[in-house]
Design a protein. Sequence first.
Length: 135
Amino acid sequence: MPSPAMNADEQAIRSLIDRWHTATAAGDVEAVLELMTDDAVFLAAGRPPMRGRKAFAAGLRKLLETHTVESSAAVQEVEVSGDLAYSWSVLTVRMTEKTGKESSSRSGSALSILRRDAAGRWALMRDANLLGPPA
């Protein structure tokens, strides 16, 4: 829960992060897509960059056909400068096969860059994560 000392931008960004995890767990791909820019880029170790909302949607839909995803973020920092911001979070992601046979967990840091649009809404535009096996 945001502290009263947080400004409105930081509260909005923390709320976006919470909505991202809630929508992913619910399998609501469209709600997740609304939280990112069209030109979003996702970076993960050992994989080529995933470029754009369309590529992200295809990947998430494919994953959700066979798995449920539960995730959480412990936000460490949010910094805002004009219409750009970044957040650093420690993520935990658990993926469970819908058959219930296997699950896997990963955790680690993520650094996200967000942009405020003309309507004043924040959206994720770049995301880099360093998820690995839990410590």
